[in-house]
Design a protein around this ligand. Structure first.
Ligand SMILES: Cc1cc2nc3c(=O)[nH]c(=O)nc-3n(C[C@H](O)[C@H](O)[C@H](O)COP(=O)(O)OP(=O)(O)OC[C@H]3O[C@@H](n4cnc5c(N)ncnc54)[C@H](O)[C@@H]3O)c2cc1C
Length: 530
């Protein structure tokens, strides 16, 4: 797929012909991976959702490529995970070199029994295209291209948000009960509301070269500190689909971005890495700087910020889109329950609290990685170089080599939505943890546990359960969902009777050693009443 080609026509909406602004329960601004994920999640549960995007195309250029297992589990629930994995390049091993020597090798999925790989590499425009295809199949999703939000005003009585939208046919207004601002790092909505995002801009520049080639490199993440082909700087190499390879060259702060984008500067750098005999063509070149920052609060009344609009990280660790898709799924079920009147408005505060916490973790990890890769003080450079030197011969130092701690799912351990453990557990998944997958067998057919968890509140029990009208139950055992390898019981520290309560975003919110409907009801009430 050529990133520049797919484009979508503007279609006039009947809302543009209304004398008074039409009212919509959910309006998402931005059709990037985060906005599309929220919208698909809402629409597949029957919630009407309007998506406004100022553009008429998928992500252009080279942006996110690494999508983590947790994100793939979410995409599975959204009905498009299979396509992502089929197209993407799966990987789990990374190698870190210091100069020419291998310093460190890691395996992100050392144990079998996972439906999805640790990571896939897939161009962001494919991710958006597959989400978009899924969205098109959902009648409740109304996507409007070339609809630019120009202004936003809270109704005087607080009863909704009025959006002023510019289109090729001129302006119109829309009244929204809730607005999801997924309008990217520069977030015009943030600016319109007089808000900002604070943090650190890193004083370094990176050249991204996407090259097309057939190459003998392994299907792994390769990272070099100070390699002979790019001395004094770092280089990262990833394989993408369609024989495209992503190469990140660290350039230093003094590099001139306009100059460094020129083919006569880029080609020798690529040739130095690949060798003179490897044929390749340049597909995309850009020069980036990075910032780690976030908004102080992700909720401002009826406006909920998500994805890059709410927080930004450096790409080392692949936490941007991966973190944003986790925002999306955290928000979608809460919005749904609030709009349906099944939960109080305060549940949306928990979206902000949980995802601000997650953003802090992502920013902390991303900042540490970036500080290690691009040390900015003499002291941190001495430390970094000493670690790299030691890592050559001393295994203990290899743990300290930080070429990017890759995206991991958020552990919402302190969420007020959790019911703390009362029964003893020795491991397993504590409240706040995302549910793990494992192989299962149902009616003689092999499958995966998470497919049975679905997208509502579900009690997963390893024991007998009396049918309850108001509690969805997944029973693990013979004749039901069979734990075919024993891995599920091991991963959940389950004994006969053990029961987990899983929320609609597949995070655990309570667990007990027996199935007790009263305690399950109380835990659901707690998870929906904050
Ligand atoms: C070089 C690079 C590499 C990266 N690698 C990774 C990676 O490997 N893994 C990873 O997880 N992340 C990665 N990221 C980060 C990732 O690209 C972003 O986190 C992701 O795009 C954020 O998605 P989003 O939906 O929040 O915003 P965006 O993708 O920016 O989408 C915002 C949308 O809002 C629309 N919009 C803006 N203003 C308006 C308006 N006024 N009205 C209507 N619509 C509007 C825009 O047109 C756009 O479609 C990388 C980023 C870069 C730059």
């Amino acid at each position: 797929m050529d990133a520049a080609v797919p484009s979508f026509a503007y279609v006039r909406s009947p809302d543009q012909d209304q004398a008074r602004p039409a009212r919509r329960p959910n309006v998402v601004v931005g059709a990037g991976p985060v906005g599309l994920s929220v919208a698909v999640d809402l629409a597949q549960s029957g919630q009407d959702v309007v998506v406004l995007d100022d553009d008429g195309a998928l992500a252009t250029g080279s942006r996110a490529i690494c999508f983590a297992q947790r994100t793939l589990d979410i995409f599975d629930r959204l009905g498009c995970g299979e396509r992502m994995v089929d197209k993407g390049v799966g990987w789990q091993v990374g190698q870190v070199f210091v100069q020419s020597d291998l310093a460190y090798r890691f395996d992100l999925q050392p144990e079998d029994g996972h439906h999805r790989p640790a990571f896939i590499n897939l161009q962001q425009y494919y991710v958006e295209a597959f989400l978009l295809d899924r969205g098109r199949a959902l009648p409740a999703l109304d996507l409007r291209w070339r609809n630019r939000v120009m202004a936003l005003a809270l109704a005087q009585d607080g009863d909704g948000v009025t959006l002023t939208i510019d289109t090729p046919d001129g302006e119109y207004a829309l009244l929204a009960d809730h607005v999801v601002a997924a309008d990217g790092a520069r977030s015009p909505i943030r600016t319109m509301m007089g808000l900002d995002s604070k943090g650190r801009v890193f004083r370094d520049r990176f050249l991204i070269a996407d090259v097309r080639m057939t190459a003998p490199f392994p299907n792994e993440r390769l990272f070099w500190f100070d390699p002979p082909f790019h001395p004094g700087q770092s280089v990262l190499l990833h394989k993408q689909p369609d024989d495209i390879w992503r190469i990140d060259f660290q350039l230093g702060w003094d590099a001139d971005p306009a100059l460094e984008r020129q083919p006569e500067r880029v080609l020798p750098r690529v040739r130095a890495l690949l060798g003179a005999d490897t044929p390749f063509t340049l597909e995309w070149v850009s020069v980036y700087t990075f910032a780690c920052q976030r908004m102080e609060r992700f909720r401002h009344g009826r406006v909920l910020f998500a994805g890059d609009a709410a927080h930004g990280v450096s790409p080392f660790g692949a936490r941007g889109a991966n973190g944003g898709v986790q925002d999306a799924e955290n928000l979608a079920w809460k919005l749904r329950l609030v709009v349906q009147g099944r939960a109080p408005d305060a549940l949306l505060d928990s979206y902000a609290a949980e995802r601000e916490f997650a953003a802090d973790e992502n920013i902390r990890q991303s900042t540490r990685s970036t500080d290690f890769i691009t040390p900015k003080s003499a002291v941190s450079r001495v430390f970094r170089d000493a670690v790299l030197e030691l890592a050559r011969s001393h295994p203990f130092a290899r743990r300290l080599v930080n070429s990017g701690r890759l995206s991991t799912p958020s552990m919402l351990a302190n969420s007020p939505l959790n019911t703390p453990d009362e029964d003893p557990f020795d491991g397993g998944l504590p409240p706040g943890a995302p549910c793990t997958d494992a192989p299962v067998r149902v009616a003689g057919r092999d499958g995966w546990f998470l497919a049975h968890v679905g997208g509502g509140f579900v009690a997963v029990t390893f024991g007998p359960a009396d049918a309850q009208d108001d509690i969805a139950v997944v029973q693990i055992g013979p004749g039901a969902v069979e734990d075919s390898t024993g891995l599920l019981a091991r991963r959940l520290d389950a004994q006969p009777g053990t029961t987990y309560l899983v929320r609609p975003d597949q995070h655990v919110c309570a667990r007990w050693r027996r199935f007790d409907p009263a305690r399950i009801r109380a835990a659901i009430a707690r998870a929906t009443s904050c």
